[in-house]
Design a protein around this ligand. Structure first.
Ligand code: FRU
Length: 502
């Protein structure tokens, strides 16, 4: 513990050193989950992007591997995806299966056609026009080494500046690869027989959902509603970049609808916005490709930060981590079909012996839990009430600091308050309280809470509402307490599990 780096998570993936942002190239192949990620190894700030790499057999324990893909003459390596090319449609694998990465090459070129004026980055006028093009790399050795395709780039549009983050999947109905791309204020869909030649299919979204920032990192997949295979829907996930006008910064919305192999159509009203997470720190999340059919899960991991302050968080030598992986599903609610995110079940393998078990007790006023130490734990709690104003938990608590996970019963509002959570002077908008309404069936609430050095993830009522937040408490602030105001609550169950380090 004593030589543990300040704020370094114990059970979330974080880079060995340097800077991390989006998860990339998520693919399951030959018993391994691959996690590539936007990586700048030389400094803990965003810089010329590489793909860092880690693998895991269980989505929990990760092995760091060497950098997978580095910038070349076509530019930096921005976000993208990876697939197993099972039938060697690309011809890269001599008839066998192999991994293909599809990503954005980002560079600039002399400003010949950019007429809208100069492009300003960090106060400097750029006379070179930014350019984003989609490229391929392939691997014949389970992702250990990668070869750039000599025909790069494979998808270009000289008119467009924001043209990035390809997410590819195989569509068995049409016998085609499908690529979803973020293009400024909408997504475009392209199809291909071989990953090398792409045909424009359709576009979606310019007039739909949130346009609080540029659209980034889309993902498109099908899920059954309440597990019923006759009733499937397509989900389109879109991350929304930071716009300084909005306190929320960057965040992730989703649409539910149909996809016929060419066009995605949303079931939502034009102005309806659905958020995947109500916290500030779950961005650019996408899902694993090629997860075994018998497993059937759609598993997503996000970057646990926010462009509003991502470059300023108070860590030294390394910066940023991923969220815990979440299993996604759809459920019918009284308001419509909604996306559910639950912690992957493998995480229960990290649990140590329960340190506190208050199941079956009544909570009235404040109760500090005795004898807890450590900053990596899970709390599972089921609460029932008749008449109460508010109740909740305080985690990472000391005389000076606390992070509140509270529930205002009348409005059914669940929130995280990180205004006193610890170090927060690095950005004026970091200290804040935010959350969402939780539909409760009767007067009951179920929470699973994961705390890990510099983060809190709250899953309410089996993943109906999720709040993911960074916090930067002192490592000595490891108190946990419970409170109720204006009434009592019954703790049907309350268990605190210390979680093991990965
Ligand atoms: C999202 C993003 C992507 C881009 C990458 C660059 O966080 O802005 O759109 O590909 O980060 O690192």
């Amino acid at each position: 513990e004593s030589n543990h780096e300040k704020y370094r998570p114990l059970f979330h993936y974080s880079p060995p050193s340097g800077w991390l942002n989006d998860p990339n190239g998520l693919v399951y192949y030959e018993g391994e989950y691959h996690l590539f990620y936007q990586y700048y190894p030389h400094k803990n700030e965003w810089g010329p992007m590489h793909w860092g790499h880690a693998v895991s057999k269980d989505l929990v324990n990760w092995d760091h591997l060497p950098i997978a893909i580095a910038p070349d003459h076509n530019g930096m390596i921005f976000s993208g995806s990876a697939v197993v090319d099972w039938n060697d449609t690309s011809g890269f694998f001599g008839g066998n299966a192999g991994l293909v990465a599809v990503f954005t090459h980002s560079d600039t070129y002399p400003n010949t056609i950019y007429e809208k004026g100069a492009y300003v980055i960090d106060g400097k006028t750029i006379t070179e026009r930014p350019r984003q093009r989609q490229s391929l790399a392939y691997s014949t050795d389970k992702g250990r080494t990668w070869t750039m395709y000599e025909g790069n780039p494979v998808l270009v549009d000289v008119e467009l500046i924001d043209f990035r983050d390809p997410k590819v999947f195989w569509n068995a109905d049409t016998n085609r690869w499908v690529l979803v791309l973020a293009v400024d204020d909408h997504v475009r869909i392209y199809t291909s027989p071989n990953l090398k030649e792409w045909t424009f299919a359709s576009e979606f979204g310019a007039k739909m959902g949130s346009h609080a920032g540029v659209w980034e990192c889309p993902d498109l997949f099908e899920l059954p509603v309440d597990g019923e295979c006759e009733n499937k829907k397509w989900v389109l996930i879109v991350s929304i970049g930071d716009n300084s006008e909005f306190p929320e910064g960057s965040r992730t919305q989703y649409f539910i609808g149909q996809f016929d192999g060419v066009t995605f159509t949303s079931d939502l009203e034009q102005e309806e916005i659905l958020w995947m997470d109500y916290g500030r720190d779950n961005y650019a999340g996408v899902s694993w490709s090629d997860v075994r059919e018998e497993d059937g899960r759609r598993i997503l991991i996000g970057w646990m930060s926010n462009w509003k302050y991502a470059n300023q968080t108070p860590t030294t030598g390394w910066r940023s981590a991923m969220t815990i992986p979440r299993s996604l599903s759809l459920t019918q609610t009284s308001e419509g079909i909604r996306l559910i995110s639950e912690p992957v079940e493998e995480l229960t393998g990290l649990r140590g012996e329960p340190a506190t078990n208050l199941s079956g007790t009544v909570l009235s006023g404040d109760r500090l839990l005795a004898g807890l130490s450590g900053n990596a734990y899970e709390i599972e709690v089921e609460v029932e009430w008749k008449d109460v104003k508010e109740f909740g938990l305080k985690v990472c608590q000391s005389d000076r600091e606390e992070t509140v996970i509270g529930f205002e019963a009348e409005s059914s509002f669940l929130y995280i308050d990180r205004t006193r959570s610890g170090e927060s002077s690095f950005h004026e908008m970091f200290p804040c309280k935010h959350g969402a309404e939780v539909q409760t069936d009767g007067k009951q609430l179920k929470l699973r809470i994961f705390v890990d050095q510099c983060s809190v993830e709250v899953f309410a009522n089996d993943g109906r509402v999720v709040i993911t937040d960074l916090i930067f408490p002192d490592s000595s602030s490891n108190g946990v307490s419970l409170y109720s105001r204006g009434g009592d609550v019954l703790l049907n169950s309350f268990v605190y599990y210390p979680l093991k380090s990965i």
